[in-house]
Design a protein around this ligand. Sequence first.
Ligand SMILES: NC(=O)c1ccc[n+]([C@@H]2O[C@H](COP(=O)([O-])OP(=O)(O)OC[C@H]3O[C@@H](n4cnc5c(N)ncnc54)[C@H](O)[C@@H]3O)[C@@H](O)[C@H]2O)c1
Length: 271
Amino acid sequence: MKNLFDVTDKVIVVTGAAGVLAGGVAKYLQRQGAYVVYLDLFQEKVDETLAEAKKISDQCCGFACSVLDQASLDAVYGKIMADLGRVDVLINGAGGNMPGATIGPNQDVFDLKIEDYSKVLDLNLKGTVMPTMTFAKAFKAQRSGCVVNFSSMSATQALTRVLGYSNAKAAIDNFTKWMATEMALKYGDKVRVNALVPGFFIGNQNRALLVKEDGSYTDRGQQVINKTPFRRFGEQDEVYGTIHYLISDAAAFVTGVVVPVDGGFSAFSGV
Ligand SMILES: NC(=O)c1ccc[n+]([C@@H]2O[C@H](COP(=O)([O-])OP(=O)(O)OC[C@H]3O[C@@H](n4cnc5c(N)ncnc54)[C@H](O)[C@@H]3O)[C@@H](O)[C@H]2O)c1
């Protein structure tokens, strides 16, 4: 019987692949037999990530590439098509926040730094749209392919202080639905676009916000736990299965969805 979850030899491009969640899922999929193209901003990070990936198998390559630089995206796309001839999956993992786009704990609402706000909108929103517009071109000729975007809990529920990142992630939810619709109507039912919404996972960007040096929770960390029925943060590997499902034939009739992996955070009112 056909294995609905088989990803053997699928060519999977991952942006932000030196990061915690995206890097973890990239290596997981390589272990499942996929060919993974690791993309991240700096050559040094790509080299480090690729050295780890080579220990898994030879089914990988990597490039330094900014998701906001069309010339570098085009160069990588050209190289992949010349060397591998196809792109089966794009995972848009590059993203993140920066302090100026967030209202500081003792700041006024009106202290928002618009320049930083714009940078965060660009990285998260354009940094998802631009790679999709580049790598999903392959899907047109193939009449098949999948995109997985990364949204956030803050896209649909206000998260205090975090504005730019939340606005961008809300737009990613919208982009996911729009792109899913356009691609299916134009190129058929084997082209699918979905998004994952991680709940709260401890990463480099949010560790200091959520956990103190002694391992206990900050006030904000405790607020998150209080609204999470599982009463804990997520473990990195708990996103892998959902992404695996979304890119596999097991999800053949699934497109335009935004799937929370959050220990119940989005279901719970907190009361
Ligand atoms: N970790 C969480 O709790 C969490 C929660 C919700 C959403 N997310 C989202 O999930 C996605 C993956 O998160 P993560 O934990 O792996 O993040 P991460 O910060 O560990 O990794 C992000 C990666 O993106 C890269 N990057 C930054 N700018 C880039 C650019 N211009 N071009 C290419 N790469 C660039 C960084 O170098 C980094 O390696 C992100 O979009 C993040 O916003 C994460």
